[in-house]
Design a binder for this molecule. Structure first.
Ligand code: PEP
Ligand code: MG
Length: 590
């Protein structure tokens, strides 16, 4: 039966594919695809883990004191029975063999499948056995941790040929791969990074806001995504056919042939539009009245530089360096490793400038799963970004030295996130001097860098003149600026409707920073998600913005807006919007 789930539209386009559910269980495991020749090894790992648990439980049973409560023995029996149940073992093998899931992913997926069956049982006693099953699986996973996978998460995953189901005649030829869409309760930015190289045609998550980092990474992958879809991961089942409408924020499950045909048509329209925009790649971004507009790329990894160049970016306006630090179980990359990554990004940009932002972890970007945000009192207001760096100067200077060394190979701008206090600015700049001194002492070559500050806390916007005394350039992080101005957690879908880039208070802060930068002849960029939102381009141009940084996938659509814009008409209109006397209605002023 067809039904739909509504969420927030975060990455545009239409995806049609079979659902891959990432287990929402409390067990935090790696998810990656294995190669076909690794199937037996993965099955063996699960078998070994399971056998170890069986042996452990049998030992416990044998050693049980005679006066132990009877229930304890019965419980062990239940656990042993669950461990040997074909539903668990057969199911796990299925996911490994048919879907090429790694062992842990297969195990937690099968746990979800059986747990749902338990949930549906009438009998209270049987329903409660779900907790036992979870314990058993948790034990297996613990044993498996000791038996490392022979399979490293691959950089890219094989696409598989599969028999198509129900709608194959409407969708794809039988010989073509089945597109897969990922459905999860939540995905951390680190998970997303791992999936970035993978086969998924789209994403759906139950939680998350429009500018949550999970949504941002989805957007950077340029595939349709819906977040904040509440119960999607409960309602969608493994292998269901799913349509993700990334424009409307709707997920359609088990679509009828008519709906499929309609979305297939829309998918082709999107493709045509993309091809049309691609022709603008070499066109300079100049407004009708002759203003040259700088369109830069936001990247998360050095490898993203290629997409930035392909899209015609004139540089990287924001390299979110924290993604180099994630998913490493807290083992931070050393100076050389970072230096190589920054150099690779520079080389990837083929001589174009790269703005590297120092690490911004905390809030919804935990360094690893252990330091998940729930562990903090109020993560968005806590030890995040520059605060984190200044709290660990050795780590900070390691990064600074790596950036300075990379600057010997190309034009690098160094950007600091979330500064709010003058003393933070002074400490930050002192750390840069110290890092230079350390490189001098080592006789290590390094290059010049322009220093910039992110404006993402209202306090920073209000004291923009002070910031401009210290920095060569500014970059407005509207994602956080909106979050902190309106007191809306950007990752929380429950308040997503209040997250408003057009709120007069936000616009006033953005306008003042742009105007002050212009007065002082210093560059101001916007690198938050508003820079890549076509609905915002004319307003930002009207407010005087001349530098935009966004995901490579958004550059050509923004360029199209720029080419149609006349800032002489937009400027007075933007002032009216600022005063609340005009609206953003399309067509106004231009
Ligand atoms: C922002 O806050 O707008 C920004 C670009 O930084 P991030 O999204 O990484 O917090
Ligand atoms: Mg930010």
């Amino acid at each position: 039966m067809t039904f739909s789930v509504h969420g927030l539209a975060v990455a545009r386009g239409i995806a049609i594919g079979r659902a891959v559910l990432v287990a929402s269980s409390r067990m935090d495991v790696a998810h990656y695809f294995i190669q076909p020749d690794q199937v037996e090894a993965e099955i063996e790992r699960v078998r070994k883990g399971r056998n170890s648990v069986v042996e452990e439980l049998q030992r416990l049973q044998a050693d049980m004191p005679t006066d132990a409560p009877h229930e304890l023995g019965a419980l062990l029996d239940v656990h042993l029975m669950l461990l040997q149940d074909e539903a668990l073992t057969g199911g796990v093998k299925h996911w490994i063999k048919e879907r090429l899931y790694n062992a842990e992913w297969a195990l937690t997926t099968q746990l979800e499948v059986i747990a749902r069956q338990f949930d549906e049982m009438e009998d209270d006693y049987l329903r409660e056995r779900k907790a036992d099953l979870e314990q058993v699986v948790e034990r297996i996973l613990r044993y498996m941790k000791g038996v490392a996978s022979p399979v490293a998460p691959p950089a890219s995953s094989p696409r598989r040929h599969q028999q198509l189901g129900l709608q194959q005649d409407l969708l794809l030829d039988e010989t073509v791969d089945v597109p897969l869409v990922l459905v999860a309760h939540d995905l951390s930015p680190a998970d997303m990074l791992q999936f970035k190289q993978s086969v998924f045609a789209g994403f759906v998550t139950d939680v998350g806001g429009k500018t949550s980092h999970t949504a941002i990474v989805a957007r950077s992958m340029d595939i349709p995504a819906v977040v904040g879809a509440r119960a999607a991961s409960q309602l969608v089942r493994q292998d269901d056919w799913v349509i993700i409408d990334g424009d409307a924020g709707v997920v359609i499950v088990d679509p009828s042939p008519i709906i499929l045909a309609e979305y297939g048509f829309r998918q082709r329209q999107v493709e045509l539009e993309r091809e049309r925009l691609a022709r603008l790649r070499h066109t300079p971004a100049i407004t009708l009245d002759g203003h040259k507009i700088e369109l830069l790329a936001n990247i998360e990894q050095p490898g993203d530089a290629a997409a930035a160049v392909r899209a015609g970016a004139v540089g990287v306006g924001l390299f979110r360096s924290e993604f180099l630090f994630m998913g490493k179980s807290g083992n931070l990359p050393g100076e050389d490793e970072q230096y190589r990554a920054y150099r690779e990004a520079l080389e990837g940009m083929q001589g174009l400038p790269v703005t590297i932002r120092t690490i911004d972890v905390g809030a919804d970007k935990p360094l690893d799963h252990k330091s998940h945000k729930d562990n903090y009192l109020n993560p968005a207001l806590g030890l995040r970004a520059i605060r984190w760096s200044l709290a660990d100067p050795a780590m900070f200077r390691t990064q600074l030295r790596a950036v300075l060394r990379a600057a010997a190979h190309g034009k690098v701008n160094l950007l600091f996130p979330m500064l709010a206090h003058t003393h933070e600015i002074q400490q930050t700049l002192a750390q840069v001097d110290l890092a230079r001194g350390e490189l001098d002492a080592r006789g290590e070559p390094y290059g010049p860098v322009q220093l910039g500050a992110m404006i993402e806390v209202p306090a920073a916007a209000l004291m923009v003149r002070t910031f401009l005394k210290y920095f060569d350039f500014l970059s407005i992080g509207t994602n956080d600026l909106i979050q902190y101005t309106l007191a809306i957690d950007r990752a929380d879908e429950a308040v997503a409707h209040l997250y408003d880039p057009l709120h007069p208070a936000v616009l006033r802060l953005v306008a003042d920073v742009i105007a002050e930068g212009e007065r002082q002849g210093k560059s101001v960029c916007v690198c938050g998600e508003t820079a890549g939102d076509v609905a915002m381009t004319r307003l930002l141009l009207g407010l005087g913005l001349r530098s935009f940084s966004m995901h490579p996938a958004q550059i050509l659509a923004i360029k199209q807006e720029v080419l149609r814009a006349d800032t002489r008409k937009l400027a007075p209109w933007a002032q009216q919007v600022l005063e609340g006397e005009a609206t953003l209605a399309r067509g106004a002023a231009n």
